[in-house]
Design a protein around this ligand. Structure first.
Ligand code: ZN
Length: 260
């Protein structure tokens, strides 16, 4: 087995395939594919970067570096794994997963705006308050389903929170389940001069029917989504959720928002 960093080869990036649970790669030494479960094989739940692993083939077992995990955010991995569900004709699971990816995206956005960005602005003496913010947000998020999460997201795009005032944010979190979020904001109130492709994507996610279809699947056992529906919502979700995550520059690590 190679003993120094220089001798350990890197796997070819083009051979890496990711999904939320596993990452597969062709071993650069024996040229056979190994599949690693993120948690039980690697002990990692997030983005895998430059990880030294051993080939899982019994006759090889050589060490190499694994990198090229496509994306670090869980909802991104869920969305991309839906291509496989379409290939295997698992359209019901595809719609369920795409809807869940939306919910994960909305929740990360709330976490970033209500905990991570305030954390980036405050000093160490406020860490206890930040912990309270995070616990309070986790409690509120448990009861927010797709429709209300999307409404809160849209309202926050129209009226952004001030990250520097922790008291205001704490109160804001306490009101996430209020009736004012039972409806989305008026379309005409969406920001109009936003950068990049933000406006078309906001309008598109605002009007998306994926949750309606998901609810039909759940509540009507006779209904099974078609391939056309799965492909349509897969493309729509890639465009909207991945596009908005990129424009909003969402990161899953609190420390990424320190001093920025
Ligand atoms: Zn090998």
């Amino acid at each position: 087995m190679p003993s120094t960093t220089q001798q350990i080869p890197y796997a070819d990036l083009d051979t890496v395939r990711s999904n939320p649970e596993n990452i597969s790669v062709i071993c650069p030494l024996c040229q056979k594919e190994s599949t690693y479960n993120r948690v039980s094989d690697l002990g990692i739940t997030g983005f895998i970067a430059n990880q030294q692993v051993n080939c899982l083939q019994p006759e090889c077992r050589e060490a190499f570096y694994l990198c090229g995990d496509m994306l670090g955010l869980n909802f991104q991995l869920v969305i991309l794994s839906c291509q496989h569900l379409i290939d295997t004709k698992d359209y019901t699971r595809c719609i369920m997963d795409l809807t869940q990816a939306h919910e994960m995206f909305f929740k990360l956005f709330l976490q970033v705006e209500l905990v991570f960005k305030p954390f980036g602005l405050c000093d160490a003496s406020h860490l206890n308050i930040l912990r309270k913010l995070e616990q309070s947000l986790i409690k509120e998020l448990k009861t927010l389903a797709f429709a209300k999460l999307r409404n809160v997201f849209m309202h926050m795009m129209v009226s952004p929170v001030q990250h520097g005032n922790l008291d205001t944010i704490y109160k804001f979190i306490g009101h996430l389940n209020d009736e004012c979020y039972a409806k989305p904001p008026k379309v005409r109130s969406l920001p109009v001069n936003a950068k990049g492709n933000l406006n078309p994507l906001l309008n598109s996610i605002y009007r998306s029917d994926i949750c309606t279809l998901r609810n039909t699947v759940i509540h009507s056992s006779a209904y099974h989504p078609t391939k056309e529906e799965a492909v349509f919502f897969y493309r729509e979700t890639r465009k909207n959720v991945l596009g908005l995550a990129a424009i909003l520059d969402l990161k899953s690590e609190m420390h990424a928002y320190r001093n920025c």
